[in-house]
Design a binder for this molecule. Structure first.
Ligand code: PMV
Length: 346
């Protein structure tokens, strides 16, 4: 990545002042989850090399929009949803991209989500995917999807999957240069729906970064889940290839419960579920008994993703809205990968 040709391009761009770029990226829902990273010797395992293979669907409608400009600023300035924040993870990520591009200019970053931030709707995935695409472009790095996936992963593991649209696999590897995501099928391949029952828009108390490290260190169930997760990933891939919704749904629900079993048995316990989350899971099982194909899955937060087929969307949505504690429903399908856009936020 770090070759002379790229560097020349960067310098030319800096001279002509073309140092601003924007990108849009979408979150993704993991059908088979990433939870646990390899110890890399760095204090916070910053390389984010997943211990297991994971499978996801990139989501339509929800998005992060980010503009990055490198310039003569005295510090990095980050404006998130209209407020200036000091976010060390964003600064670390800018540093990574500055090292790649061999530049030392500070950056101005404007970023906006059209959905709740850090509440288990994978805002870090869309956030770091959009930041990577915009910052690389602004720094003059003309990277392909694989390199963008590797870089995004170092901001937030799940972000490596949001570089791609549709159905995506993050393969398992021991080394950074081989730990990246690949597209299994694009967003037009199969119209599944993800109805996200929002029960809380509050930021989660324990971040995924801290939570997964605690689980790997303390849950006696972690190793058992690790073996199952790779099998689940292969089942999910087969089910997507065959468009076998029930087989995929069973794997999705099983893998989510398995991951939450390791979270709950972490010391101290990571119980991301709120009372309405449990009510939603019961309702999903009831719906299935009535012949409605729907399966639940949850990330590191109380909101529940209900995966169903398009023809059942209205029925499922109606049922979810009746549950006490459900504040709103976000209705998403398969969405596109991260893309550069040419309208800037500042
Ligand atoms: O990418 P991170 O560090 O926010 O971790 C994501 C973890 C889960 O959302 C729970 C699972 C996943 O694979 O997206």
């Amino acid at each position: 990545m770090d070759n002379e040709k790229t560097k020349t391009k960067v310098i030319q761009k800096m001279r002509t002042g073309e140092v601003k770029a924007s990108a849009i990226a979408h979150p993704n829902i993991a059908f088979v989850k990433y939870w646990g990273k390899r110890h890399t010797g760095t204090a916070r395992e910053k390389l984010n090399i997943a211990l297991n293979k994971s499978v996801s669907m990139t989501l339509s409608d929800l998005r992060t929009y980010t503009t990055v400009e490198f310039g003569d600023y005295d510090r990095d300035q980050i404006i998130m949803n209209g407020e200036e924040v000091r976010d060390e993870r964003v600064i670390d990520h800018l540093n990574l991209i500055r090292r790649e591009a061999d530049i030392d200019k500070k950056a101005k970053v404007f970023t906006e989500n059209n959905f709740p931030t850090a509440s288990g709707i994978a805002s870090s995935a869309s956030g770091f995917a959009a930041l990577t695409v915009a910052a690389c472009k602004a720094a003059g790095l003309d990277y392909g999807e694989r390199d963008l996936s590797i870089l995004s992963r170092q901001g937030s593991g799940s972000a490596c999957r949001s570089i791609f649209g549709g159905y995506v696999v993050w393969k398992k590897s021991k080394i950074s240069s081989e730990s990246y995501a690949e597209q299994l099928a694009d967003e037009n391949y199969w119209e599944l729906r993800d109805l996200i029952a929002v029960v809380s828009e509050a930021r989660k108390k324990v971040s995924s970064i801290d939570g997964m490290s605690m689980t790997v260190q303390t849950s006696p169930l972690y190793m058992a889940r690790l073996e199952e997760a790779d099998k689940n990933a292969n089942h999910a891939i087969e089910a997507i290839k065959n468009k076998d919704f029930d087989s995929l749904g069973q794997t999705i629900e099983y893998d989510s419960l398995l991951m939450h079993a390791t979270m709950i048995t972490t010391t101290p316990a990571l119980l991301y579920w709120a009372p309405p989350s449990v009510a939603i899971m019961h309702a999903v099982v009831d719906m299935r008994e009535e012949g409605i194909p729907a399966y639940h899955t949850m990330d590191a937060g109380p909101n529940v993703h209900v995966i169903t087929l398009p023809e059942y969307t209205d029925k499922v949505e109606k049922r979810l809205k009746e549950i006490d504690g459900v504040k709103s429903i976000l209705n998403c399908g398969p969405g596109p990968g991260a893309q550069e856009v040419y309208k800037h936020l500042f």
